[in-house]
Write a protein that binds this ligand. Structure first.
Ligand code: TPP
Length: 699
């Protein structure tokens, strides 16, 4: 284990540096005070190290926050966002002082935690502690992957650092170990993490809960670690940053002994500096104690502003220098340069979806996970920006791109990622890769373990990030592993995330169409929910509606137009669509005209026009939903009568077909429930169910 270096100097910060640092501190103090809400402590304590980074290391252009080769900076401790907003304002980003005065107010560009897309210069939405650190790992992975793909001898067009500022909370969260372990393993030397080691969290001292040697922990992950004893010692922080930049073989963690609420006579080094404004009197005392004018608030000394604003010329020069380098690169490698622009702009290659396979019944039975694997094999070579893998379940999730190599320290050009059994970090790393741009990231695991990566999936949806999840073993139908591995409530859980598109295809051809939707969706994540077990394949001759129907979320798979309006509509998703088709046959034989609607994505269906939805599900026709998952959520499909054959308990360990049968997923039960729906008087649909697995009622 590498010992940590402790850097101590005795140089007092020069007056200008101090002025700049205090400008950041008091802007943050005033923002929180005016809003009477927020966290002043971290900004006050970390202003000096943030200043050292932004003034001495970070390469960025306030006038073009999206310049591709800028350094990335993520404030993982998002609750300290007043510091970030202050930095963005003074350095010249499009964030006027007025916005700082509207901190945490309706419609402002200064929300309570940094939100990607809302504030120029904010690289990631942060707030859920630990996620930002793992986003940084994802960005650093994207950087080396793109460098491996595009850089050529004499042409370094991808060459930037990723910086993250973390707090105790970030490092306490388990995801920091998952992400730290991957970063160390992958030797991500251009990832540099500043740690605000202030010994305080909300409940008090870190002595309460957090006493391990953090630097030793990260050293054990393979990181280069340094300690800076005095937070206000800009030169020493700058030196530590320089050391970190020179260390190319290992990611760096720099623990800086900061003091929460620095300068506040009654709140420094206490949890009281956390989560609430200092108070008018304490603000006054703090400003007086640091020779700062008590009023007006939001004071920015001219010399400080002038110094900060040099970032604009410095940043423009850095960008121009890069553009010149890019021009030289484009001259020598025009195709590669065009390709770089294409992937950074998230444009898909012309013809990427030409001649996608159509499977026939002779190919079946085929699990949708297998069909998905075939699609990844086909799309991988067509879209070299596809990069992903699995949380140690590759052979099951079929997420490998054959011949694309493994992403590993010896070969960062490899596109098959091995995330290890680290779902939470996998999700956040995928987000970081998507935020960086230049890649289409995807990650797989068993559907039930999507619960372990729900926090980053939620953020992917919030940030409209094009991340693709490949979730297999999608229901109790996966069988023997039993209830711990059999998802029940995951479908409704994912569908309930705003902006998440969940697609549960019913066969190989729906899977092809689902992948087409997933790749084509440039704004927002897509979860593909796939079977372990083999399923029959819909011949496109018999079911021509499949390719056009899947993108609409729900469509008529089988109908009897000659018989006229259906008596009942069977809505099913995934493997249960086949059961619905069998049930329909049986019902027809019994004189009931049933329509089968395949509904691979309720989210996509819900976004169709009223007319289309009415065409598929006429309001006056009873519905029977068949889905091996929680029935919750289907109430939005309001019909005169609706019943759901679903699951409102956990699964059981047994072969999949046996479990399905015992839980009511049989033709007999489909027909029985259909008759019950039809036989009921319109107004009275009882909520009682005969078996715990079958829920029905009028929603
Ligand atoms: C995952 C998660 N859990 C809980 C919180 C609520 N929370 C906000 S800040 C914080 C802890 C603050 O302590 P620290 O991380 O050391 O920050 P500092 O005291 O330096 O401001 C907590 C628990 C959160 N933001 N994210």
């Amino acid at each position: 284990m590498a010992p940590s270096e402790t850097l101590v100097t005795i140089i007092a910060p020069p007056a200008l540096d101090e002025l700049c640092i205090n400008t950041l501190r008091f802007l943050a103090v005033d923002m929180v005070q005016k809003a009477n809400s927020g966290h002043p402590g971290l900004p006050m304590g970390s202003a000096a190290m943030a200043y050292a980074l932004w003034d001495r290391s970070l390469s960025y252009n306030p006038r073009d926050p999206h310049w591709p080769d800028r350094d990335r900076f993520i404030l993982s401790a998002g609750h300290g966002c007043a510091l970030l907003y202050a930095l963005l304002h003074v350095t010249g980003f499009d964030l006027p002082l007025e916005e700082l005065k509207k901190f945490r107010q309706w419609g402002s560009r200064t929300p309570g935690h940094p939100e990607y897309g809302k504030t120029p210069g904010v690289e990631a939405t942060t707030g859920p502690l630990g996620q930002g650190l793992a986003n940084g790992v994802g960005m650093a992975i994207a950087e080396v992957a793109l460098a491996a793909r595009f850089n050529r001898p004499g042409h370094q067009i991808v060459d930037h650092f990723t910086y993250v500022l973390v707090s105790d909370g970030d490092l306490e969260e388990g995801i920091s170990s998952e992400a730290g372990s991957i970063a160390g393993h992958e030797h991500l030397g251009k990832l540099i993490v500043l740690y605000a080691d202030n010994h305080i969290t909300i409940e008090g001292s870190t002595e309460l809960t957090f006493t391990e040697d953090r630097l030793a922990r990260f050293a054990a992950f393979g990181w280069h670690v340094q300690r800076v004893e005095r937070s206000n010692d800009v030169e020493t922080v700058a030196l530590a940053l320089k050391n970190a930049r020179e260390e190319r073989d290992r990611p760096s963690l720099i623990a800086v002994r900061t003091h929460i609420g620095f300068g506040s006579p009654h709140k420094q080094d206490t949890a009281a500096a956390h989560g609430e404004a200092l108070g008018v009197e304490e603000v006054r005392l703090t400003k007086e104690g640091m020779d700062w004018p008590v009023s007006p608030s939001f004071h920015i000394p001219e010399e400080a502003l002038e110094h900060f604003r040099r970032a604009v010329t410095r940043g423009s020069a850095a960008q121009v220098e890069w553009e010149l380098r890019f021009r030289a690169f484009a001259k020598d490698y025009p195709d590669l340069a065009a390709e770089f622009h294409r992937v950074i702009g998230r444009h898909l290659r012309e013809g990427w979806d030409a001649d996608l396979p159509s499977f026939t019944s002779a190919d079946g039975p085929m699990a949708t996970r297998v069909a998905s694997g075939k699609m990844i094999e086909i799309l991988g070579p067509r879209l070299p920006e596809m990069m992903g893998g699995s949380a140690d379940l590759g052979p099951s999730t079929h997420t490998n791109i054959d011949g694309a190599g493994n992403f590993e320290p010896e070969d960062w050009a490899g596109r098959n990622m091995h995330f290890g059994i680290r779902e939470n970090a996998m999700g956040a790393i995928l987000n970081g890769m998507a935020l960086h741009r230049g890649l289409i990231p995807y990650g797989g695991t068993f559907f039930v373990f999507s619960d372990y990566m729900r926090p980053p999936m939620r953020l992917a949806a919030m940030n409209a990030l094009p991340v693709i999840y490949v979730f297999t073993h999608d229901s109790i139908g996966m069988g023997e592993d039993g209830p711990t591995h059999q998802p029940v409530e995951q479908l409704v859980g994912l569908r309930s995330i705003p902006g998440m598109v969940v697609l549960r295809p019913a066969d190989a051809n729906e899977t092809v169409a689902a992948w087409r939707v997933a790749i084509g969706r440039k704004q927002g994540p897509v979860a593909l929910v796939l079977t372990r077990q083999g399923l029959p394949v819909f011949d496109l001759n018999s079911y021509p509606a499949v390719p056009a129907g899947v993108p609409l979320g729900g469509y008529i798979l089988a109908d009897s137009p000659t018989i006229g309006r259906p008596d009942i509509i069977l809505i099913a998703t995934g493997s249960e669509v086949h059961l619905a088709l069998e049930g329909r046959e049986q019902l027809l034989a019994e004189g009931v005209n049933a329509r089968v609607v395949s509904m691979p994505s309720t989210n996509l269906f819900a976004s169709q026009s009223d007319d289309y939805r009415e065409e598929i599900l006429p309001a006056d026709v009873p519905l029977l939903v068949i889905e091996a998952g929680s029935p919750i959520g289907w109430q939005s499909f309001v019909g005169p009568r609706i019943a759901v054959i679903g699951i409102d308990t956990f699964g059981s360990s047994a072969p999949g077909s046996v479990v399905m049968k015992h839980y009511g997923f049989t033709v007999e039960n489909v027909c029985r429930q259909a008759h019950r729906v039809l036989d009921k008087p319109k107004e009275k649909v009882p909520c009682a169910s005969e078996s715990p697995q079958t829920m029905e009622g009028s929603f």
